[in-house]
Design a binder for this molecule. Structure first.
Ligand code: MG
Ligand code: MG
Ligand code: MG
Length: 304
């Protein structure tokens, strides 16, 4: 039985490509592994898969009895519901340490870099395995996506160096042009308000407080019309009512390098204050990263 290499719920480009790139590396090392995803590719990821001729991973929502390697997460809230009945074999990630645990020793590679695929690239080098050109193209896009073209505060020199190496392998001359093509695909608003909120959505348990945070990264936040904003606010209230204390939606402007927030729930004022905003819709310059600039201040605010 092949082990599953699995990214987080509501998969983004990094989690889908890391499943593909890590599964290929495990196979090269003689480990029987197959890429999996907890959902189908969002528009940006579909663009990347198509651009480099990669196949979308098999969709898996149940892992009971399976051997599992996690990529791009280690939080139980972002794992399949029956994860406790799976055998955790390894983690490749770049987020805060989550709450999964294992029964046996495991491979664990977690680094504070901008992208899980940067860690995967390090592992290809470590195990002296060549990255195939098509996978290298996907990995490059994952780094561009997670670091917002190297502009996110999560981006490190190591991400830039890995991206340059991967571009060479994939035969990409103009990294910026590829990034812009990808962000255009990502900025597709042709979806229901619910799908837009859940396109890149994560649930967190912050000291017993259930907080859901969605993020939409756009070439311009002005693409979101007042009508769409109203529809998003109505949907966000429903998302909050589905068992969350608060639901937060972060609208990030990739070009202007900042974000505005929408909040539904009882702790709205506390959330906005923690994020440095006095009202919903206030543009906060410089805030681009959920993991580094949104989650930590909220964890702090929900400490008690
Ligand atoms: Mg991710
Ligand atoms: Mg990532
Ligand atoms: Mg992201």
């Amino acid at each position: 039985m092949s082990a599953l290499v699995l990214g987080h719920k509501n998969p983004d480009t990094d989690s889908i490509i890391a499943a593909i790139s890590a599964a290929n590396l495990y196979k090269a090392r003689g480990i029987d592994a197959v890429a999996a995803a907890q959902g189908t590719p969002a528009p940006e990821t579909a663009f990347v898969l198509e651009r480099f001729g990669l196949k979308a991973p098999e969709v898996v929502n149940s892992v009971a009895g399976k051997n599992v390697y996690l990529v791009d997460f280690s939080d139980l809230d972002q794992a399949p519901d029956d994860f406790k009945d799976a055998e955790l074999k390894g983690i490749i990630d770049h987020h805060k340490l989550g709450d999964v645990t294992s029964d046996s020793p495991l491979e664990c590679w977690i680094q504070p870099v901008g992208c899980a695929n940067t860690v995967v690239k390090f592992l290809y080098d470590y195990y002296d395995v060549k990255v195939p050109a098509d996978i290298a193209g996907g990995m490059l896009c994952a780094i561009l996506s997670d670091t917002l073209l190297f502009k996110s505060p999560t981006c490190t020199e190591f991400d830039k160096k890995s991206a340059a190496d991967l571009a060479k392998i994939a035969g990409i001359k103009d990294i910026n042009a590829l990034g812009m093509e990808m962000f255009k695909a990502k900025s597709n608003l042709n979806a229901s308000p619910r799908d837009l909120i859940f396109r890149d959505f994560k649930d967190f348990d912050m000291n017993g407080h259930k907080i859901g945070i969605g993020q939409l990264e756009l070439i311009s936040v002005d693409m979101v019309t007042p009508e769409l904003k109203k529809a998003l606010a109505e949907e966000l209230a429903k998302v909050q009512a589905e068992g969350r204390e608060d639901a937060i939606f972060v609208l990030t402007d990739i070009m202007k390098e900042g974000s505005e927030f929408m909040v539904a729930g009882q702790s709205k004022d506390k959330v906005l204050k923690a994020l440095g905003a006095s009202t919903e819709g206030e543009f906060i310059k410089g805030v681009m990263s959920r993991k580094k600039q949104v989650v930590p201040p909220l964890q702090q605010a929900f400490k008690d």
